[in-house]
Write a protein that binds this ligand. Structure first.
Ligand code: PGA
Length: 256
């Protein structure tokens, strides 16, 4: 039996942007723009934690899904300032972004903590969007694949193939995030293909075929179609351009 084709997944990572009222205004605008696409492409929004609940209400009965931008690995307890996976589940999230380079860079996330968070996410019935990517210095030193493969292996440590198949991976070269400098389609495809063959080696061909690998890093309406046209690019994780309804809708359409 032929495997189902991987459905593209376009996610908007709003980072620390939009108050609740601004978030609702953006969602109202976006909802109408992408409704015609129905389920041709999976669309995910990751607003700041405080906006999750109101945004969940605003996207009821739409083709938009919700994600947290991070979560703690414990289900509850004395961890001031943290948010737990079951809380994200109850508020209506389907996904949680994990190991974003800003979390790794500014908040000390490691492959080990990302892995623990991923366990909590799956246990809560959510799906992880696990981010990996090299810095400019690492790319220039010719270490891109080594760094990315270490992050993939570390993030997925201890999971079996059936669990791994539910992951979304996001390849985000750090030098392309928020810089306006996008990886070329060849650079993106090379790393995506390397990750997929790593998944074949670590698990099996069937698992590797199911895992969706997003590209992230200065994805814009004018480069989205070309990036999303690559064989192993199964979606996009969009930062800056997800803050404008028209831009994000154009990227989503490029994936449909
Ligand atoms: P950017 O961010 O689209 O603003 O480069 C992408 C990301 O950090 O996920």
């Amino acid at each position: 039996m032929a495997a189902e084709p991987r459905r593209k997944i376009i996610a908007g990572n709003w980072k620390m942007n939009k108050t609740v009222s601004e978030a609702l205004a953006l969602v109202r605008e976006l909802r109408g723009m992408v409704s015609v696409l129905r389920d041709k492409v999976e669309i995910v929004l990751a607003p700041p934690f405080v906006a999750l609940h109101p945004v969940a209400k605003a996207i009821e009965d739409s083709n938009l899904k919700l994600a947290g931008q991070n979560c703690h690995w414990e289900a509850l307890g004395a961890f001031t300032g943290e948010v737990a996976a079951p809380m994200l589940k109850e508020v209506g999230c389907a996904y949680v972004i994990l190991g974003h380079s800003e979390r790794r860079q500014y908040f000390g996330e490691t492959d080990e903590t990302v892995n623990k968070r991923a366990q909590a996410v799956l246990k809560a019935g959510l799906l992880p969007i696990l981010c990996v990517g090299e810095t400019l210095a690492e790319r220039e030193a010719g270490r891109t694949l080594e760094v990315v493969e270490r992050q993939v292996k570390g993030g997925l440590a201890g999971f079996g193939g059936a669990e791994v198949a539910r992951f979304v991976l996001a390849y985000e070269p750090v030098w392309a995030i928020g810089t306006g400098r996008t990886a070329t389609t060849a650079q993106a495809q090379e790393v995506h293909a390397a990750i997929r063959s790593q998944l074949v080696r670590l698990y099996d061909g069937g698992t590797a075929e199911q895992v969706r690998i997003q590209y992230g890093g200065s994805v814009k309406p004018d480069n989205a179609a070309e990036l999303l046209g690559q064989k192993d690019v199964d979606g996009a994780l969009v930062g800056g351009a997800s803050l404008k309804a028209g831009d994000f809708a154009a990227i989503v359409k490029a994936g449909a």
